[in-house]
Design a protein around this ligand. Structure first.
Ligand code: AMP
Length: 623
């Protein structure tokens, strides 16, 4: 509890230092931590037993809302009004979660659109953001009651693969819970911070460190490869499986136990209470097998015996799946196991000795597992909060953008401004101009993705720069600037430099995107690279042809007096040929037609220029 000191000499009261909470907002469980005497600690429940707050929200018939253990208990008896795994829905559209329908026991509005998911509880609709805010409110309440003071600022962690919308939704959830969210931090970065990795004052600090963070929780698996240099954290790659975790270990054990009882899966469907009973029984057996070589129990009045060797054999394929993900993550980062210097274990399921051993054998080094794997991320968030409070000077945090960000240009082409895998925070910009004389408005449409045509990418937002002073096409100078801040929130600014006209947009979560979808987008761009290149080549050739045709027509109109009839007819014929070529599909034919027109008209243009110069000089003195 903070103490208030009174400075007797000066007669002043020194206020307790404000606490910034570190929050791990998890899929299964959430935790809140804070710094105490220079060390991060997690807040315990009132019974002092656990630091975990199940990420479950229950709505009672009379409108009471409960969060945590009490809500989790309602999962079996009142599933329609008990919401879990809401993190899986953050920043996602209905279309994104269509494949997950069977997974949720509550009602997700069945609407195959790109608008954000809503959950129906009785006659009210909730967004994942609102539900996350309820969990965050509970965490805020817990840390406040532990410290006996108001806590209004926090750092919240998210998976490294969360996109801008998901990060923004998490930030907004914090705001709704009454928290000023100072920073959204990647979970693997927080885990490394909890172990003091990257801290410049550390004795064994080397210049560059490469760290793998292996996170096997209740329902998800993530592997992240971090590079830490001079206190700068960079996520080099991430991989994982959004449906692989402790629940799957429980599953294989349930099947094994059913076999011992001479039952099959239908027994679970026929008797829901038995289904729940065996789930808890198996989870308990799994936990005991993390400590001992043998589990002995009784279920349905029959003995159940499982050895650790049995369990390890059963879960081997699941562990192998996680190692395959590790292999992929290292390949993406351009590393082999020998490049990885430290391996951190995160998530309750890394308590399983076979998991630890397999990971240590895979990376050929002992793993970091001295901290409670459930608490590591929250503890790291508290360390980050401490850094932001100015108490630790040595660390900076940096991440990368998972997908390219850019705008639509003529012909529906994607013009990348911030390429994928750029370090954030970052800023980049480019100058554009208008394509039509006297153009007053310019639409700026922002996209995310790797394909050459914006129609294949994901639209993040758009705005119109209105009121450009009338000028000939090509004269306005429009500076478009992308600023991606440390939380992955994107600010897009457009400024017409001659008139100082300015407009900007902060990208808000209007679209959702899943990790799988992000992977699909990358795969898509690789598979379609050849087609994309052809399409881009054709569109660029057409744009060039259009500009040249406009110029050619203007030239004919202004210089009819110095061109012979034959010259005018030939120029018109070449323009016609170019128009036809531009309507076709072959960029080489377009380029050839451009070339022919240019070759023929260049001497005519010189003649026109001579005439203009002569006229300008007439009657004028040259000094
Ligand atoms: P998390 O999502 O990180 O809180 O992880 C929760 C998962 O860890 C659940 O599947 C738990 O069953 C599992 N877990 C917790 N304690 C143990 C243990 N001692 N041994 C094996 N698994 C555990």
């Amino acid at each position: 509890m903070p103490t208030i000191s009174i400075n007797l000499k000066e007669g002043t009261i020194e206020k307790p230092q404000e606490v910034i909470a570190g929050i791990d907002l998890g899929t299964t469980n959430s935790l809140v931590a804070f710094m105490k005497d220079g060390q991060p600690v997690c807040v315990q429940d009132s019974a002092g037993k656990s630091t975990l707050v199940p990420s479950v929200v229950h709505f009672s018939g009379i409108g009471d809302v409960t969060v945590g253990d009490a809500a989790k208990e309602m999962l079996e008896t009142d599933p329609a009004n008990t919401i879990y795994s809401v993190k899986r829905l953050m920043g996602k559209s209905f279309r994104d979660v269509a494949g997950m329908k069977g997974y949720f026991g509550y009602q997700i509005i069945d609407d195959d659109t790109e608008s954000l998911v809503k959950i129906r509880v009785k006659d009210r609709f909730y967004t994942p953001l609102e539900l996350s805010a309820l969990i965050l409110k509970e965490l805020k309440r817990r840390v406040e009651s532990e410290l006996n003071m108001e806590v209004s600022r926090a750092v919240i962690t998210v998976p490294a693969y969360f996109n801008d919308n998901q990060r923004q939704a998490t930030r907004d959830a914090g705001k709704l819970a009454g928290l000023d969210v100072l920073r959204i931090v990647n979970e693997p970065t927080a885990a490394a911070l909890a172990y003091g990795i990257g801290n410049a004052s550390q004795a064994d600090k080397t210049d560059v460190e490469t760290v793998a963070v292996y996170d096997l929780g209740g329902g998800t698996f993530d592997i992240s490869i971090l590079r830490i240099e001079d206190g700068i954290f960079e996520v080099l790659s991430t991989n994982g499986d959004t449906f692989l975790g402790g629940d799957d270990l429980d599953h294989v054990l349930i099947e094994h136990i059913l076999g011992q009882l001479h039952l099959d899966g239908s027994a679970l469907h026929a008797d829901k209470a038995f289904g729940q009973q065996i789930r808890l029984f198996a989870e308990n057996a799994k936990k005991i097998l993390s400590e001992r070589d043998l589990f002995e129990g009784t279920l349905k009045e029959k003995p159940v015996v499982v050895t650790r060797a049995d369990f390890e054999r059963l879960i081997r394929p699941l562990i192998q799946r996680t190692l395959d993900c590790c292999q992929n993550a290292m390949r993406d980062a351009g590393f082999t196991v020998d490049d990885i210097e430290k391996v951190i274990m995160v998530g309750g399921s890394t308590r399983v000795p076979a998991v630890k051993q397999a990971v240590a054998a895979f990376f050929r080094r002992p793993v970091f597992d001295s901290l409670n794997p459930d608490e590591v991320v929250a503890l790291g968030a508290a360390v980050q909060a401490d850094i932001l409070a100015g108490n630790q000077q040595d660390l900076l945090l940096l991440d990368i953008t998972p997908l390219s960000l850019g705008i639509e240009t003529v012909g529906g082409l994607m013009d990348v401004i911030i390429p994928r895998n750029s370090k954030i925070p970052t800023r980049a910009g480019r100058q554009y101009t208008t394509s039509v004389d006297g153009q007053k408005n310019l639409k700026v449409s922002i996209f995310q993705g790797e394909r050459d045509l914006v129609e294949h990418n994901r639209k993040l937002g758009e705005f119109i720069l209105r009121g450009i002073p009338p000028m000939p096409a090509g004269l306005p100078k429009i500076d478009i600037r992308f600023v991606l801040n440390a939380d992955g929130i994107l600010l897009v600014q457009a400024k017409e430099l001659r008139s100082n006209l300015e407009q900007q947009i902060e990208i808000r979560p209007t679209y959702g995107i899943s990790e799988e979808e992000m992977g699909m987008m990358l795969l898509d761009s690789i598979q379609n690279a050849q087609t994309d290149m052809t399409v881009r080549g054709l569109l660029e050739a057409r744009n060039e042809a259009n500009n040249i045709m406009l110029g050619g027509e203007k030239f004919l109109k202004q210089n009819g007096d110095i061109l012979s009839e034959e010259e005018q007819a030939t120029t018109n014929a070449l323009l016609k040929r170019l128009r036809e070529a531009a309507e076709g599909q072959d960029k080489d034919i377009i380029h050839a037609a451009i070339e022919d027109l240019n070759t023929y008209t260049t001497p005519l243009a010189h003649r026109a220029l001579d005439k203009t110069v002569r006229e300008a000089m007439q009657g004028k003195k040259v000094l």
